[in-house]
Design a protein around this ligand. Structure first.
Ligand code: ADP
Ligand code: MG
Length: 425
């Protein structure tokens, strides 16, 4: 499984060397895989548009590289860039907008001006797209006569007419009311699921988030967090899947930090019978414990002591048992050495780390072929392309059938251990 887009230590600096120098993107590494729906989420000015322009080859990396479909964009000649742009990239940009004085049909046909297709073929393509997006009746109207939602659908048709595999959408719902926004999001989802396009969508609106397979949170030119959306069907199966609780929580609380999520997770396991405010207090204490701000003894004291003393007021016996459980669970999550922002490691590197961990405790024989397959399968799990159950199946399936060829028991154990490691994103 090769990434369709890859950023290697990418930085983009505007007005380099001048007094108003702005570092819009700071040393970004990421990989995007074919047919993923990716959202870049962050506030205005964090670098989202710059990121899309860089993928499109409209903005050059100041440092590092962008590789699209195996090609390093900045090494293309102008001619190659134009042809790459025309065939590989479809853009739905607010600023890169439609021509208001042309009609719908001509706007959609515009990118076809330089294609080799016959006039008839082009017309047919445009017609199909207009029918699909419900704008065929409007074909002779000028863009300026359309509503925002209609214009955005024209923009999608135009982005698709050249058959591009990658669709870049910059705040595509930005100017739409919620009803039209939903129509547009449904269209983008269709492009991913039915047309098998790779969708890169940037937004500052949390409403869009459930559409993505993965959400990259950006702040101040940096990716601060990557969350796999487990509510959405996987690309591989688009069917049932098993979801880790941490993934579910990350989805439910997109703004929480990793440690906070882990605290919540542990809490959910242990505290279902307790009231909400005690839960919140304990959650905070677990977070402090995970972060090393308090030790085991202090955790116990907190659980045991009265509300006047700022404690959770549990029975001493319960407090002691709970302390033990929290310490144990927190320890399990810390299976491998803590890293800073481990979730930002590239999928292939994370897969390799998990593989090293798994094989450390494995006594059986494993061939080089199996190792490579193992890395591939783990990488698919890391990016959420497959779920735990499918991981287990693939680990067990013979090499010939696309699996890793381990025995059933090992497959089950590896899958479980991999999930535990993944939980500590
Ligand atoms: P977003 O799309 O998330 O709002 P942008 O990528 O447009 O963010 O901008 C990121 C940063 O780069 C901002 O500080 C912005 O002012 C700056 N910037 C964007 N485009 C240019 C440009 N062409 N020249 C100089 N600075 C720019
Ligand atoms: Mg922008």
């Amino acid at each position: 499984m090769n990434p369709i887009i890859k950023f290697e230590n990418l930085s983009v600096v505007y007005d380099l060397g001048k007094s108003n120098e702005t570092e819009a993107l700071k040393d970004i590494n990421l990989e995007i895989y074919p047919q993923e729906y990716i959202i870049f989420f962050g506030p205005s000015g964090c670098g989202k548009s710059t990121l899309l322009y860089t993928i499109a080859g409209l903005e050059y990396p100041t440092r590092g590289r962008v590789i699209v479909d195996g090609k390093s964009i900045k090494d293309l000649s102008l001619k190659e860039l134009i042809s790459f742009h025309r065939s590989a990239i479809g853009m739905i940009f607010q600023a890169y907008y439609l021509l208001p004085t042309l009609n719908v049909r001509d706007n959609i046909l515009l990118p076809q001006l330089f294609s080799n297709a016959s006039g008839r073929e082009r017309e047919k393509k445009a017609e199909n797209l207009m029918k699909r997006f419900g704008i065929y009746e409007l074909r002779n109207k000028k863009i300026s006569q359309l509503s925002g939602g209609q214009q955005q659908r024209v923009a999608i048709a135009r982005a698709l007419i050249n058959g591009a595999g990658i669709i870049l959408a910059d705040e595509p719902t930005g100017n739409l009311d919620s009803k039209n926004a939903k129509v547009l999001l449904d269209l983008l989802t269709d492009l991913q699921e039915k047309d098998k396009k790779t969708i890169i969508h940037v937004t500052h609106n949390p409403r869009d988030i459930p559409r993505a397979n993965r959400v990259f949170y950006i702040e101040d030119g940096k990716i601060i967090r990557v969350v796999v959306n487990t509510e959405k069907p996987t690309i591989e199966s688009m069917s049932k899947r098993k979801v880790s609780e941490l993934e579910r929580l990350a989805q439910a609380y997109p703004y929480l930090t990793e440690t906070r999520l882990r605290a919540k997770l542990i809490l959910n396991h242990l505290l279902l019978p307790f009231g909400v405010d005690i839960q919140q207090k304990i959650e905070k204490a677990i977070e402090d414990y995970i972060k090393g701000r308090i030790n085991k003894e202090m955790l116990f004291k907190f659980l045991d002591s009265s509300p006047e003393e700022g404690g959770a007021n549990l029975y001493t016996q319960r407090a002691r048992a709970l302390t033990g459980e929290i310490v144990k669970l927190a320890g399990e999550i810390k299976i491998i050495e803590e890293e800073k922002y481990p979730q930002l490691t590239l999928p292939a590197e994370r897969a390799a780390k998990i593989r090293i961990y798994l094989l450390d405790n494995y006594k059986g024989h494993i061939s080089f072929e199996q190792l490579k397959r193992l890395d591939d399968v783990l990488a698919q799990r890391v990016i959420g392309r497959i779920r735990k159950k499918r991981l287990e199946e693939l680990l067990d399936l013979p090499l010939k059938k696309g699996g890793v060829g381990l025995n059933r028991r090992t497959a089950r154990r590896f899958a479980r251990q991999a999930e535990l490691i993944l939980m500590k994103k």
